[in-house]
Design a protein around this ligand. Sequence first.
Ligand SMILES: *Cc1c(COP(=O)(O)O)cnc(C)c1O
Length: 395
Amino acid sequence: MTNKQYHAETLSVRAGSEATEFGENSEALFLNSSFRFKSAAQAAARFGGQEPGNIYSRFTNPTVTMFQNKLAALEGAEQCVATSSGMSAILACVMGLCSAGDHIVASRSIFGTSVQLFSNIMARWGLLVTYVSLTNPAEWQAAVTPKTKLFFAETPSNPLTEVCDIAALANIAHNAGVYLVVDNCFCTPAIQRPLDLGADIIIHSATKYIDGQGRCLGGAVLGSKALMEPVYGFLRTAGVTMSAFNAWVFLKGLETLHVRMEAHARKALALATWLEKQPQVARVFYPGLVSHPQHVLALKQQTSGGGIVSFEVKSKAGQTQQQAAWALIDATQLISITANLGDAKSTITHPATTTHSRVSAEARAAAGIQDNLVRIAVGLEHVDDLKADLSLLAK
Ligand SMILES: *Cc1c(COP(=O)(O)O)cnc(C)c1O
């Protein structure tokens, strides 16, 4: 099928799917490591790249290929490289496109493990990283050096849902001969398509909303054929491969991506609106709220505010900020206490002592992540049950 003529929802359901000779209507799961050739000559042609086709599941598997083609159609990318996790997607991107001595400018508010990867691991191999404010384009501009290869951003940010102007950042990147990488995990292509706004590369943790039901780890890198060639080359050699089973789960997840993301966003907006009215809540962070400082920009580049809501809890007399946040979390009975997100089950976490506990207290304060901050990844339960579960706010 030619993808251009169809709407996004249709691509979610149909793009990338191919049937075998049996004509199965749901994608087949190819749980095999290698593929047979009809002759020695065909084997040589496959290995030499003269004949397209499958060789070995470290780098070619039909189920993984269907997943890659579906996600590429949804992001409007020429090529998708599926990986074993979101982190290995970031690793493959950097290993494919950078060398020792190269420099990356990254937002200070990217996923904590991405910071560990850049600063504690890649740095040992000679990669230089400068961290800047997500929302201040002048800082990105000022950080550019002759060795800068990539800008790395995540929007909206975790957990404060700050939004960056992707088009403005792409402009600065391109004027400097730099590629803009956007981690689109929080939005998915159902809400935001960074390549349309000028980004060059997209990173996904498929573990989150692409699966949507908390089952599998996976990731993806997307972009032009030229940019993906060295990324795929790294994957083929290093083996940070998505398992066929996980690709099969993600294919099913992508079929329902649009309905799920609409529901997550609708429920998140309802919860955020309600939270804003609770006397025990000091402040709510959600791009879909008019009170969000970048509400207008967010809705220019996103179709909704997404499913993540953060808020600050007021302390009662004699309570520290952390005690107030922990008491609220511990009083829940329905919402899962876990740092994961993008699940049908709503999850609640205290960023200062979980996702951002490896960040110093000073850096957390500078980033605006207070000890009374709570993050909820709104799932698919009825929103009235979620409100009732935040029982300490009602008292
Ligand atoms: C979870 C996450 C990752 C890492 O993905 P894994 O699949 O856990 O390796 C990267 N970026 C963001 C924004 C994430 O939320």
